[in-house]
Ligand binder design. Structure first.
Ligand code: SF4
Length: 378
């Protein structure tokens, strides 16, 4: 348990140096400790052999090294791996290998978040993308998303975000994570300071050493926070999740959209490009018969033409209990063709890890359902 002790993944070198010096250790010990954690992937003080036995015991007493317990670990046939993590649940891990493994039953499905490791489809590539959560649950409540079903259960700290990347890098056969996308549970810009702090650790040479250009923050849209992000000195990619080409439909799909218009988002995206010179991604999840028709594509093209952007089309992954379905391939192709004919740079994102419910919040949702069913059994 945390018990108010400092958590290694929350700390930067200056903070760690101050702590170690208060405990009687020289400054160089801070960089040694960070090397053990980030370079050698060791988070048990007992294995940190460059420290004396007494110092290892002191570190174990004074610091928290990991806060997550693995509730479930899934491996998809295409190499995608997914972790369901429970925060501050104690020391024991309950890792379960393979997609066919039975679910362990937990009494309490709160304080859980998900993260996913997506390898490149090219076996020669070393690209490994971590998809991380920024919150537990999500306050936005998109009607088609499992994460929004239970509302918000709290923010994750920067360290908890970094621990997700660290854990994914430590999975069998993974190694160094090269890319990070904030597309898991939560609205990253609603947890702005912790997310920016996490990005600093992820990109720091003493931390994960990931290029900021390989980090994407995806937001459903808080225009003021987008403008704030434009002032932060980090060349990350901004993705705005539109999911609908007009306010009327968007407000039906995304409850939060009643507070903000698409035009406000487009204006904020244009400001982001003007300040950073970085093209904005517009994310659009295609829902069959809801937002995937030619008239929707034409409206979306009109929006995309207003700023330097490219459009990512995402085919919806069905969520048990929700009334939305995956679009027909022919409709997806037609949608893309209309955008391209209008001069909009458009990609269809590959669906990965479908056999392990890799859509955001799906595993936590299914796990909670199973735990509930188990709890009701006589
Ligand atoms: S799609 Fe993203 S913003 Fe919407 S409820 Fe799910 S996690 Fe939240």
């Amino acid at each position: 348990m945390n018990e108010g002790r400092p958590y290694i993944f929350d700390l930067d070198p200056a903070q760690l140096t101050a702590l170690l010096s208060a405990w009687g250790m020289p400054a160089y010990r801070a960089s040694q400790l960070l090397e053990w954690v980030y370079r050698h992937h060791v988070a048990e003080p007992a294995r940190m052999t460059s420290f004396s036995h007494a110092d290892r015991e002191l570190l174990a007493r004074q610091l928290v090294f990991t806060r997550a317990a693995v509730v479930r670990h899934q491996l998809a046939t295409d190499g995608v791996q997914k972790l369901l993590l429970k925060w501050d649940a104690g020391e024991a891990d309950h890792a379960v290998e393979g997609s066919s493994a039975a679910l362990p039953v937990v009494e309490d499905s709160s304080r859980q978040s998900e993260c996913v490791m997506i390898p490149s489809t090219d076996p020669r590539s070393t690209r490994r993308t971590a998809c991380v959560s920024s919150q537990i649950g999500c306050p936005v409540g998109c009607r088609f998303c499992a994460s929004g079903l239970g509302g918000l259960d709290g923010n994750l700290t920067s360290g908890q975000i970094v621990e997700q990347v660290w854990r994914l890098g430590g999975l069998p056969g993974v190694g160094r994570i090269s890319h990070v996308v904030f597309m898991g549970m939560g609205e990253p810009l609603a947890n702005f300071e912790q997310v920016v702090r996490a990005v600093r650790t992820l990109t720091a040479p003493w931390g994960c050493g990931i290029s900021a250009r390989h980090i994407t923050i995806s937001t459903v849209g808080l225009p003021a926070q987008i403008r704030r992000l434009a002032e932060v000195d980090l060349p990350i990619t901004l993705a705005i999740s539109l999911h609908a080409p007009n306010d009327e439909l968007r407000r039906r799909l995304i409850p939060w959209a009643q507070f903000v218009s698409i035009q406000q988002l487009i204006d904020a995206g244009r400001h982001y490009f003007d300040r950073t010179g970085r093209e904005v991604t517009l994310e659009y999840t295609l829902l069959r018969g809801v937002n995937d028709q030619p008239e929707h594509a034409r409206e979306l093209a009109g929006l995309a033409q207003q700023l330097r952007s490219h459009v990512n089309l995402i085919r919806y992954n069905e969520v048990k209990g929700l009334p939305y379905s995956r679009p027909d391939t022919a409709d997806v192709r037609r949608f893309q063709a209309i955008l391209r004919a209008a001069g909009v740079n458009t990609h269809i994102r590959a669906s990965r890890g479908r056999d392990i419910a890799a859509a955001c919040g799906q595993l936590r949702h299914e796990h909670a359902e199973l735990a509930r069913e188990a709890a009701q059994r006589p």
